[in-house]
Structure formats: C-alpha cells, structure tokens
Design a protein around this ligand. Structure first.
Ligand SMILES: [Zn+2]
Length: 119
C-alpha cells in the first residue's frame, strides 16, 4: 500500500465525491500491490481522502485488544495476598514436619488455593 500526495499531472476522477481532479490541483493517489505487482490505484481530493478514511473508520472501528501479555492479575485482595505469601513462607520453613504443612495447606486453600505444582 502506497499513499502519495502530489500535484495532478493528468486529470483523474475522485473516488469519494466523483468529481474530476483538475490538472495542477493537489491529489492523493492510493495504490496497492499484490503478488503480481501494482494492481490498483484510486485518486482523491486531499479533503475527500480524510472524509473517506474517517467514514470507513466509523463503519469498521479497529478491534480493541482485550488479551494482555504476561501473568494474569490475581483476583485476591491485597490483604489476602499478603496472608497467602506469609502462609507460603511458613510452609517452606516447616518442611520437616508434615503435620504442620497439612494444616498450612488447609489455610492456603482458603486464600487462592494450593499451587498446582504441590498436587
Ligand atoms: Zn473529491
């Protein structure tokens, strides 16, 4: 796709309003390529081009990106999160005693669940 603005050398018809663009007036030429080479071109008055593009933007608004990259945001509140981190620390500290760890597991289940790697 190639868009250029220059003075008209040869009379052309505007693709938006249908009127002729007279020689010597500014014109916008919009041409595009396929595998075969330059296959299409349209001409516009500079003002008509902007109207045309704004119109097509209204008809086909660009899709809003909803998916974000990175780790998903946790649904826990900040207090729940700090409690969860605290319990996780206790869990790793009490590696020697399985009874304590079992108790902690129950508590962790209440705030966000046990990590999948522990199952
Ligand atoms: Zn026009």
């Amino acid at each position: 796709m190639n868009i250029s603005l220059k003075l008209t050398m040869k009379q052309a018809r505007c693709n938006y309003c249908g009127e002729y663009i007279v020689k010597g007036e500014p014109q916008i030429k919009w041409s595009w390529k396929s595998r075969k080479g330059w296959v299409g071109k349209t001409y516009y008055h500079p003002d008509c081009f902007i109207d045309d593009r704004l119109h097509s933007l209204k008809i086909n608004p660009p899709a809003t990106v909803t998916k974000k990259l990175g780790r998903p945001i946790s649904k826990l509140t900040s207090e729940q999160r700090t409690l969860r981190i605290k319990l996780m620390k206790y869990y790793s500290r009490d590696k020697g005693s399985p009874e304590k760890q079992l108790k902690l597991r129950e508590q962790i289940k209440a705030v966000g669940g046990v990590p999948a790697s522990w199952e």
